[in-house]
Write a protein of this length. Structure first.
Length: 1004
């Protein structure tokens, strides 16, 4: 479903692994996508820099391609360092980071990252981050823990707000209240809960629950095992995020001692970015914080791991749900430690090598593994934000008899590649892809945050802050070497002949399902203490509502005008075109919206299947391997998704479309459009072998996603009970997984039917009639689109089919899904139009009140859930959802009491203002150029006009506490909500079995 304010999701046909929140460790692949080239000129003449505000200028030099200047300062008294990347970007960034090596597996760095936001000297509020998110127009506010650092970035376009938030962040990291309040450690790290002193204690805590969920995913466990195998002698072998088994053993004293050691200005790395007043900022840093500290020696560096003399072999275990076969589920990974200092050249080379070996449909290592039946899937892991980068090749779900062949198959393929030489054309394509991504990132809306990461990766490891921002030179060098064996040599040296490597096997063991109790043998006196602590925590949490004193902007400082997104209607080659003229750094984003109203309801699952086939099957003119090659060569990727567009305020009316999108740099636009036309107009569905292959891949992918499913499964099912759009979208959700399993299981008998249906659906969907093309690019690039769009359009049929009428009925249903997770997602929803209400801007403020005033406190702080939020759409639904939640029944009770909470809603003036500002902040979220085009097109299709958006904004700005209280009767509908979806562990689902109409065990 398309919502108006929230960012659209950029779907990409090249599947990436799931990314876990707050673990940058896993983010490298994404990180590399955003690397931006910069060439630093030689050290400029260092002016005699007067000691200003206690800072001395260490270094100043231009970072040419970022149109920036880098200034590196050192605070004399405290030893704090500041790097300011100055340019004219309005989206300013502040971040403070510390080197935080993990002393053990209990997750101390991660728990501190959470705990500093639970109140500080100046801002004694338990939920500072939520308070910030609730009441500001920031474009980013969060914190990250990686395997060697913790950093706290915040971004805003408003300089005054940035300063406010800087003050909150600095006070939080240097003066946290957890020294005075043990309750903070209990809440974030964990504590034991007992219904009575006689009860068996159960451990609960926010980080504990977050990591329990994290450890459910096998690939996360594998990443851990890989680091452990390659860094046996350094802290990289330990989990800075926390192994839930160890988290419960952590003591508060250890946590405090750790904070005292590492959260000191001498160990801090402050990053500033964008168009801001630096002199004033340095003065502020000095006067408010840094001058109170004397420099001290902080040893936070992580020693280099001595490379091995021979490959290590390590075997580990992971719990497998009992229903699966234990002899075909081993995870294998071959890992290489790269014993070379981090540099742009190294990162780029590894990125290109990775794409080459594993990244495309024709990559040799990937295709050889899958072709030899070694594993149901193969992927790679590239970690380059640490001192010694790591590269891994992984086979997923390998059958026992294939295990011995994994290592030799990978090595043999590499050896052949080195001996025969890498295909030049393929190599060039991959270099082009990487260059495309660099170019796209230069126009990225939140590029300052990405520079922050790149700066820290080098700076904290002893390099120059700007070292990894310089990419151009490295790229030129690599390109030059490409034809003279540079990559072959790299593979030979760093992979084939590299003894600093390991082979890790994770074997499944049966999951008993039950958690082992963390504390069994406790004396009554000990239990009494735990019981008392739990009471103290509850008391503290109820009192901690506290002064609302986070500094805020005033309503006067908020722009009353809603942003206008460019959209110009044109006609090209007989087709309606929506042109969004924006700076895109020379890239054209082309979105085709095919009308699918003529696809019969019974064939909708095939529409979703068609979306996965496009680009993966051959056409009349190209085989599918050529298509993959050309997509990589000419475009930045292809995405195909069915989407529904509910009419504004009329959720019962939807306009269904098939969105086919592609992007290309200007000179590739003609080739890209021709290719797109061929895929849309001439795809063939008669290659049975290929169909079977794709179906099988989809099934494997879907099944493993389902085991770990949470939020999207819960909300997808819930929406399908509540609205036509939800029901339509669900055809691509859980029902679709069932559909695929059925087709795969009965392929031989159904193949004719599959071919026929795909062909029919393609005829109706991929048709010129009703087509809208949305183009986001610059004025200079548009003519290239205009001159070549005919190549695309002429490939499409123009046939009339009558529109179908869909019958979607709302359903009352309470449903549970048992997955591998140890915790729960609990989602419940209502159709508010049944209570006679219509959508208006006050609801945006209500959403903010629910998220930050109610659910956060009740479900996160008190309940221990990692997340909780509401979703309100203009079509008529409100949903409440918790994530990584240890509770089920208690959470449903919290939902039921929402109306009561609203009835008693009596915010102070300032608090009310922050709810309003926060709601505006969500509307003014940063959008990438392509997102602006997509949002504008969605509004056009939904019939949502600029005056509607302006009206919503005015309603938000005029919201009063009474307007919020007036929602109480509406939210009372949750007392008798007839719809519920719970996803998670079997234990509590079975305990509450009677509350559900159906319980689905994913493993059966
Ligand atoms: Zn966390």
């Amino acid at each position: 479903m398309t919502t108006i304010w929230k960012k659209p999701v950029k779907t990409n046909s090249r599947k990436r692994r799931g990314v876990q929140h707050l673990s940058l460790l896993l983010l490298f692949v994404q990180l590399v996508l955003f690397i931006t080239p910069a060439s630093a000129a030689a050290l400029s003449n260092l002016k005699d820099f007067p000691l200003s505000s206690g800072f001395e200028l260490v270094d100043e030099r231009p970072v040419k391609d970022l149109n920036a200047t880098g200034k590196w300062y050192r605070h004399r008294k405290s030893g704090a360092q500041v790097y300011y990347l100055q340019n004219d970007d309005d989206n300013k960034v502040f971040s403070i980071g510390f080197r935080t090596p993990a002393p053990d597996d209990s997750g101390i760095p991660h728990i501190i990252e959470h705990s500093v936001f639970c109140g500080s000297r100046k801002y004694p509020v338990n939920n500072m981050l939520s308070q910030i998110q609730k009441g500001s127009v920031n474009t980013f506010a969060n914190a990250f823990t990686t395997s060697d650092k913790t950093f706290f970035p915040v971004a805003s376009k408003n300089e005054k707000e940035l300063r406010n938030l800087m003050d909150v962040y600095l006070d939080a990291v240097f003066h946290p209240n957890f020294y005075q309040s043990p309750e903070i450690f209990w809440q974030e790290g964990g504590h034991f809960e007992l219904a009575s002193p006689a009860d068996v204690p159960v451990y609960n805590g926010i980080v504990y629950n977050e990591m329990k969920s994290h450890y459910t995913a096998v690939d996360n466990r594998l990443d851990r095992a890989i680091l452990k195998s390659l860094f046996p002698d350094t802290s990289y072998s330990r989990d800075a995020m926390g192994d839930p088994k160890e988290t419960s053993k952590l003591t508060r004293d250890k946590l405090l001692a750790y904070h005292q050691t590492y959260y000191h200005p001498s160990n801090s790395f402050i990053f500033l970015y964008g168009n801001l007043n630096i002199d004033d900022t340095l003065k502020f840093l000095d006067e408010e914080y840094l001058r109170d500290y004397d420099q001290k020696q902080v040893d936070a560096s992580i020693p280099l791991q001595t490379p091995f003399e021979k490959r290590r072999t390590v075997t580990g275990e992971y719990p497998l749900p009992t229903k699966e076969d234990r002899d075909e589920n081993t995870y294998l990974s071959l890992n290489y430690g790269i014993n070379e200092p981090l540099s742009s050249e190294l990162i780029l080379t590894m990125t290109i090598v990775d794409r080459l070996l594993m990244g495309t449909a024709t990559s040799p290592v990937k295709t050889t593994l899958l072709g030899s039946g070694i594993g149901k899937n193969a992927y790679s892991f590239l970690l380059a934000d640490i001192k010694q980068p790591v590269y891994s090749i992984i086979a997923e779900k390998v059958r026992d008899e294939q295990v011995p062949f994994f290592e030799s198959t990978v090595e043999k393929t590499l050896r052949n590649l080195v001996r025969q030489g890498i295909d030049r054309e393929q190599l060039q394509t991959i270099i082009d892809m990487v260059e495309y991504e660099i170019r796209e990132s230069q126009a990225g809306a939140s590029r300052g945050l990405l520079y922050n990461q790149l700066v820290l990766n080098s700076w904290m490891n002893g390099g120059h802050p700007a070292a990894l921002l310089k990419v151009e030179e490295a790229l030129a060098k690599i390109k030059q070497g490409a034809s003279s064996g540079y990559f072959e040599q790299f593979i030979e040296e760093h992979l084939l002949n590299n003894l600093y490597s390991s082979l890790v096997a994770l074997k499944p063991v049966s999951a008993a399902g039950k958690e082992e109790p963390l504390k069994t043998a406790l004396t009554d006196a000990e239990k009494e203490i735990l019981f008392r602590q739990q009471k103290e925590l509850q008391d503290w949490q109820s009192k901690a509502k506290s002064s609302e004193n986070i500094p805020r902007l005033t309503l006067k400082e908020i722009n009353r005008q809603a942003q206008v997104l460019p959209l110009e209607e044109r006609t090209e080659a007989g087709v309606k075109v929506l042109f969004h003229q924006l700076f895109t750094n020379g890239i054209a984003y082309v979105d085709l919206y095919f009308d699918t109203q003529d696809v019969p309801q019974t064939q909708l699952p095939y529409l979703y299947l068609l979306a996965e086939m496009l680009g993966n099957v051959s056409t009349d003119h190209r085989n599918y391997r050529m298509i993959d090659q050309e997509l990589n060569e000419h475009t930045g990727g292809l995405a195909v998704v069915p989407d529904t567009f509910p009419h504004y305020k009329k959720g019962e009316l939807i306009t269904p479309k098939l969105l086919v999108s592609i992007s290309a740099v200007a000179d590739q636009v003609p080739a890209a459009l021709e290719l797109l036309g061929d895929m849309a107009g001439h795809s063939r569905f008669d290659d049975e072998r290929r169909l079977r292959e794709i179906l099988h891949q989809i099934r494997t992918h879907r099944e493993s996603a389902l085991y770990e499913a949470g939020e999207s499964l819960a909300l997808g099912r819930l929406q399908s009970f509540l609205s036509p759009a939800g029901q339509y979208d669900e055809q691509g959700g859980y029902s679709y997984s069932r559909f695929i399993v059925d087709l795969d299981d009965h392929f031989d008998t159904k193949v004719a039917e599959i071919r026929r249906n795909l062909k029919q659906v393609a005829q109706r969907a991929l048709n010129k009639e009703g087509l809208i093309i949305s183009v986001t690019t610059g004025d200079k690039e548009y003519p290239l689109f205009q001159q070549n769009v005919g190549r695309l359009v002429s490939a499409l049929e123009s046939q009339h089919f009558s529109p179908e009428t869909y019958h979607f009925q709302k359903a009352d249903k309470k449903e549970a899904f048992i997955t591998a997770s140890e915790v729960y997602v609990v989602a419940q929803g209502i159709d508010y139009r049944e209570t006679g209400r219509q959508y208006n801007g006050h609801m945006e403020v209500l959403r903010n009140v629910l998220d930050h005033g109610y659910l956060w406190e009740r479900l996160r702080m008190k309940g221990g859930a990692y997340g909780a939020f509401s979703q309100i759409d203009d079509g008529g639904t409100i949903s409440l959802c918790s994530v990584d939640d240890p509770n089920v029944k208690e959470t449903i009770d919290v939902y039921a009491q929402t109306g009561e909470f609203l009835r008693r809603f009596q915010p102070g003036e300032q608090e009310m203002t922050s709810y309003i500002i926060g709601a505006i902040g969500v509307m003014d979220d940063l959008l990438e150029p392509w997102e602006k085009g997509r949002v504008a097109a969605a509004r056009y299709i939904r019939g949502l006009r600029q005056q509607d958006i302006q009206q919503v904004r005015e309603e938000i700005l005029s919201t009063s506490p009474q307007d919020i209280r007036n929602f109480a009767p509406l939210m009372d509908a949750f007392r008798r909500a007839r719809n519920l979806t719970v996803v998670g562990n079997g234990e509590k689902i079975m305990q509450n079995q009677d509350s559900f109409d159906s319980v689905v065990d994913i493993f059966k």
